[in-house]
Write a protein that binds this ligand. Structure first.
Ligand SMILES: [Fe+2]
Length: 531
């Protein structure tokens, strides 16, 4: 261990003490702790400008999150010092009965975010929480623990949300989501968009500035822009989230070690080792802003995002990662006729290790519902309205060998109640996952429900002739709608009912919520019913 004197000597060698004042010398000689902690902070403005959040519930605990950011759009506005943040968890909504409390440090390394893994709570019930820093207190958030292990809750209600491009429209759907009664919200990703700001597809006052994100500061400020939104903050304050990511948390259509600019388009290829640095910064900012556990702290350019959460014996939720371990998109990406590379028998979208983890989990599970909470469409979706067939090379359609392995595994293990949650395409879809997608009379092995976007692509429409043709060409796909919103899933031991809820405009704030459609799947028999 170098002594304090060594520190001073090295400072002196660098010439930093030349002309330094006595107070600077004193500061250099002070114990490290008192220099690096701002013990009694006084903030120029509300440091809880980004709200509060909770996530990844267990039967006995949950993560609670906040970030100290008095100047959120400029990196946070904090000195490079840690700040003490105290927290309280109450069993009532007025914070009268404090059941757990403590103090932690918001550190500059993590953008002054805090992630407290609260333990010692009772299963299957709501709790309320709050933070304090200096003289300021955060709003009160509500969260909910998971049911006791092995118990059979009467029901489980959760939402599937994602794709919230800020400049495309208001987050009205999040305001409505905050009013739902839910056990949790699964966020599949596209929490931010890394793109250079664009003009909105429909007129809105939500203009943003800025170029495409590349550095930690860029990503941090973009998260802050989004998280300042009152509707998004209301949704986080109302429900625990299971947070994942899709492509736009890093770069459009990235795949494994390849950025969008992989040399196949007009732009020069980005070397994978440079892209690794960008991923590292993007994941760093993702972690700072998500209510996730320490297990999801990035290590270099990697993050352990796939994980399993249990809701008693009623449901297992497998949060999947379809970005980090996939092969580069075949056929130079895009929507096109399948090129020979699509037939690669070793194609990976989950990666070998995650695939085995998922298959083992499904084989062992005795839950009524086995949810695959992931990002991109699993079901075959031929987008050609005439010959030839056209497929999006960013979905499981581009990795049919991987999809086939999943289908064969579901068939062989007779996995029960398999429901796939998806997003990414900015419309609501529902469909059957078939043993053979080209044979409508083949067995249905699982059911897929795709949530629409919160705001991406603006107001939208109900359906058009192009999508009617896609439905006609793909008989296993039962539903389409292109309004902005989210899906609510209500599961019991017998069935799961799915509501596609949406607003007719996001270019104006305050649009009413409409349940556009409700359909169901029986626990004993996969497949969309009642669409
Ligand atoms: Fe998206």
């Amino acid at each position: 261990m170098p002594s304090m004197l060594d520190d001073v000597r090295s400072l002196s060698r660098r010439g930093l003490l030349k002309g330094a004042s006595a107070s600077a010398l004193l500061a250099a000689l002070m114990p490290a702790a008192s220099r690096s902690v701002w013990a009694n902070p006084v903030f120029a403005s509300n440091p809880f400008s980004l709200g509060v959040a909770s996530g990844d519930p267990l039967p006995d605990g949950v993560v609670i999150w906040t970030r100290i950011a008095p100047d959120p759009l400029n990196g946070g506005g904090m000195p490079m010092q840690a700040v003490p943040v105290s927290w309280e968890v109450s069993s009532d909504d007025r914070m009268r009965t404090i059941v757990r409390k403590g103090e932690t440090l918001a550190r500059p390394e993590l953008g002054h975010s805090v992630h407290v893994e609260v333990g010692g709570l009772d299963p299957g019930r709501p709790y309320w929480y709050r933070f304090r820093a200096g003289r300021d207190a955060s709003r009160v958030g509500r969260t909910r623990t998971a049911p006791a292990p092995g118990s059979m809750p009467a029901s489980l209600r959760f939402a599937n949300v994602g794709c919230q491009r800020y400049e495309d429209g208001y987050f009205t759907a999040f305001r409505h989501l905050a009013r739902e009664e839910l056990d949790f919200v699964f966020h599949y990703g596209d929490y931010i968009y890394e793109y250079r700001a664009r003009n909105s597809p429909t007129p809105t006052v939500r203009e943003i500035a800025g170029d495409e994100l590349h550095t930690i500061v860029d990503y941090r400020n973009r998260y802050a822009l989004y998280k300042r939104d009152a509707d998004l903050q209301a949704a986080h304050a109302a429900h625990p989230f299971l947070s994942s990511f899709d492509d736009h948390e890093v770069d459009n259509n990235w795949a494994g070690e390849f950025s969008e600019e992989d040399g196949s388009g007009a732009s020069p290829a980005v070397p994978p080792e440079y892209f690794a640095l960008r991923k590292q910064m993007a994941f760093h900012a993702w972690y700072e802003n998500m209510p996730v556990r320490r297990a999801q702290l990035p290590r270099g350019p990697s993050v352990q995002a796939y994980r399993r959460l249990r809701y008693g014996s009623l449901a297992e939720i497998n949060v999947l990662d379809t970005r980090q371990y996939r092969d580069d998109q075949p056929c130079d990406d895009g929507t096109k006729e399948a090129c020979p590379a699509v037939s690669n028998p070793k194609a990976q979208i989950l990666g070998e290790y995650q695939e085995r983890w998922l298959f083992d989990g499904l084989a062992r599970s005795d839950a009524t519902w086995n949810v695959l909470a992931q990002q991109v469409m699993v079901m075959r979706r031929d987008l050609g309205t005439a010959e030839p067939s056209l497929f999006s090379m960013d979905k499981w359609d581009a990795y049919p060998a991987a999809r086939n392995r999943l289908m064969r595994h579901l068939e062989a293990t007779r996995a029960k109640g398999v429901v796939v949650l998806t997003g990414d395409v900015h419309n609501a879809w529902a469909g059957d996952l078939k043993a053979d997608f080209l044979n409508p009379s083949s067995a249905t092995l699982a059911t897929e429900f795709v949530a629409t976007s919160i705001s991406t692509n603006g107001d939208g429409f109900e359906i058009d002739d192009l999508r009617r043709a896609v439905l006609a060409r793909n008989p296993h796909i039962k539903y389409f709608n292109n309004r902005r919103g989210y899906s609510v899933h209500e599961a019991t031991r017998e069935r799961m009912v799915i509501h596609h809820r949406a607003v007719d405009t996001v270019s104006q704030p305050g649009a009413p919520l409409i349940t556009k459609a409700s359909y169901a799947v029986e626990a004993a028999k996969p497949g969309v019913v009642g669409a």
